[in-house]
Design a protein around this ligand. Sequence first.
Ligand SMILES: C[S@@+](CC[C@H](N)C(=O)[O-])C[C@H]1O[C@@H](n2cnc3c(N)ncnc32)[C@H](O)[C@@H]1O
Length: 233
Amino acid sequence: MTRSTTSDYHEYPKTLPPDDFWGQVRRTVNGRPVPSEQIDLIVAAVRDGLGLDADDDLLDVACGNGALTNLLAPACRSVVGVDHSDYLVDVAHRNFEDPPRVTFALGDAADHAEHEPEPERFTKVLCYGSFSFFPEGTARRWLTALARRFTQVDRVLLGNLPDRDRAPTFYGDRPGWQAELGDPDAPIGIWRSADEVQDLAAACGWRARLSVMPPRYYASHYRFDAVLERAAG
Ligand SMILES: C[S@@+](CC[C@H](N)C(=O)[O-])C[C@H]1O[C@@H](n2cnc3c(N)ncnc32)[C@H](O)[C@@H]1O
């Protein structure tokens, strides 16, 4: 399969130093890894949004190289990271695995959700900076399988979603950007409006509560977070 060079998490990370963890998941500004205060903001937002505590067993979906997973591990009882990039999962295994508390597995998000043998062991689910790269069918299968099979999960955080309504200000005069907005293989993936995220969540059994990071967060001008809770009935 041909992959775009800009959203590629299979080959591109191999071109970077093995310990450039934020570079490997493109958490960069002007090509440089974001400062640690920015990572602190993300960790705080995830902990808050999920209400993560010491009794939680977290599933971190599309976890990349596990660098963020690793920072969340102290806030919960256990965490399993899943990602479809064999290279990034290998980086996670080598640097951040600490069984049985912190483990990583290779897999597609939707396939994993549909086939995980013990879905009821998880209490919270995170998908940070990754949901926009799921093709529409994968996104729906994943959310639906979470709702049906992960019966003990009461919150799912979709973090860092690109906001369709703010794409025009983000792109400004750059030509041709409209063609990328619905493309999961484009550099930022699929852009969705708040309404679109709420409708998608509702169609899959979830109610979405949306929030925007504080202005000092480097991507707050075009991204938002969604906390999903089970739709009533
Ligand atoms: C920007 S990185 C984010 C990694 C990590 N969540 C973080 O915030 O540091 C996006 C990740 O999504 C993963 N990904 C994209 N589509 C996926 C899918 N269908 N199933 C599993 N992982 C996927 C990529 O391999 C990549 O590691």
